[in-house]
Write a protein that binds this ligand. Structure first.
Ligand SMILES: Cc1ncc(COP(=O)(O)O)c(C=O)c1O
Length: 456
């Protein structure tokens, strides 16, 4: 089977490198997955932030199987279906009352793409047609399709596909650990927001349609913005008539220790983008949830042609919706979000303790079970390792050898196991992480100057 791996393109990974030791998974149970050789791993990144309710989840499997026998496909251009409406009702029940309208789709990029289109179309139909520009952050990721990629802010992911669609303006990542200006934790959020307002003024508020952001910026390095940043952004969007879009594709459905990360700051968007954990990873499922104010611009007589002019074949698919309903009910009924908060706190406490003997851990941050660890070569100056050292990737590979899958870039790793992880399982994850980190430092010890302070 391994010979077949060379014929498959794996996301973001160089094929030649992948085939050297391909990870080919074949089954899963709870927080663990098993590869074709029978080796077991803890899924420390929940698929990719999706398998929030663990693998081998019988309730979700049965919800899908029952619906497959009942109705597997409903024509998305002529009809909706009972499961899609049930899911819509559930989404409107679990969001505040200003949200009245749902667009069901099947992937994360589909909903960020749709949200950007909706914001532009909204302004055309709401009497402000000169507004078309979209603000977003450098180092953000909002998906791989045209507009979603244009809103993303990592040069390496954008460059091969340029020129990208126009009208996208990037802002500094609101990173409290590395602000590019002097300040204190109390002032840093205000300064970032002031820079945003300056960009709005310079671009012309009459040209700006939308601001898209993740409440916690995973691809930027699990960046939790300063506490006052999102409330200030909400206020700017209100002042300048800008549609605020939250990409909660990762942070939604309990991942950040609340049903939606918007709750953490009690600061709410005009359009939500939801995906991944919405189905527990058991079906491709995503949704935009719109406030009534936005939705009203799409409500009119047929000849006015104000409907949303985009859709996708699998949007609102009845099987995906049936699984989504079962996943959201399980999340809410079994105290799983409380568990995510408790396990996240457990992880952060132990990782902070590790900082004492591993000063290479520059920062530990996150909310709920979305935890980031940033590595530094020099803790005082927060100097990063040279990219060629590939520090985070080495930690990831050492963890994989020990049976733990992690998300990593060269300067950090993210921990995001299923929200059902037990306290003992979290200890196991942290034990393996600690061993992997020690091995990485050991292996690099002779080559580079490391701030290694040994335990004890
Ligand atoms: C924050 C965020 N937005 C959007 C997307 C795109 O989702 P998808 O890969 O389902 O298209 C991702 C995917 O990882 C994501 O992390």
């Amino acid at each position: 089977m391994k010979e077949l791996a060379r014929h498959v393109m794996v996301d973001f990974v160089q094929m030649k490198q992948f085939v050297e030791d391909p990870l080919i998974l074949s089954s899963g149970e709870g927080i663990r997955v098993t590869d074709v050789d029978g080796k077991r791993y803890i899924d420390g990144l929940s698929g990719t932030f999706c398998a929030n309710l663990g693998h081998g989840n019988r309730v979700l499997a049965e919800a899908g199987a029952r619906q497959l026998e009942r109705l597997a496909m409903a024509c998305p251009t002529l009809a909706t279906n009972d499961r899609a409406l049930e899911l819509t009702q559930l989404l409107l029940e679990i969001t505040p009352p200003q949200y009245t309208t749902v667009k069901l789709l099947s992937g994360g990029s589909e909903v960020t793409e749709a949200a950007i289109k909706m914001a532009r179309q909204y302004h055309k139909q709401a009497g402000t047609p000169t507004k078309y520009k979209v603000l977003s952050h450098y180092r953000a990721y909002h998906g791989a399709t045209g507009h979603a990629l244009a809103a993303g802010g990592w040069p390496g992911w954008r460059a091969p596909y340029e020129p990208l669609p126009g009208g996208f303006i990037h802002l500094h990542t609101p990173d409290p650990y590395r602000p590019p200006f002097p300040g204190t934790p109390e002032t840093v959020g205000e300064t970032y927001a002031r820079l945003v307002e300056e960009v709005i003024q310079l671009e012309g508020p009459e040209t700006i349609a939308a601001f898209i952001t993740e409440p916690i910026l995973m691809s930027a390095g699990v960046v939790v913005p300063p506490r006052d940043y999102l409330p200030r952004i909400r206020a700017l969007c209100d002042r300048y008539d800008i549609i605020l879009i939250y990409d909660e594709i990762i942070t939604g459905f309990g991942r950040a220790g609340a049903l939606f990360a918007a709750e953490l700051w009690d600061t709410w968007p005009d359009i939500f983008c939801l995906g991944k954990g919405m189905s527990g990873g058991y079906a491709p499922l995503s949704a935009n949830v719109l406030t009534d104010r936005v939705a009203q611009a799409f409500w009119g007589e047929p000849e006015a042609m104000v409907q949303f002019h985009a859709g996708h074949t699998y949007g609102g698919n009845p099987v995906a919706c049936a699984i989504g309903i079962a996943a959201i009910r399980q999340l809410l009924d079994q105290g799983i979000i409380d568990n995510a908060r408790a396990r996240g706190a457990q992880a952060q406490e132990r990782l902070r303790a590790m900082q004492r003997w591993f000063p290479v851990i520059g920062d530990v941050r996150g909310e709920g079970l979305l935890v980031g660890v940033e590595f530094v070569q020099e803790p005082q100056t927060r100097q990063r390792f040279d990219a060629t050292v590939n520090f985070g990737i080495r930690v990831r590979e050492a963890a994989r050898r020990r049976g733990l899958l992690l998300r990593a870039s060269h300067w950090m790793v993210a921990l995001a196991p299923p929200l059902t992880t037990s306290a003992a399982e979290m200890d196991e994850i942290l034990d393996i992480f600690e061993q992997a980190l020690a091995e990485t430092l050991e292996s690099l010890g002779q080559d580079i100057a490391l701030p290694v302070a040994r335990r004890g």
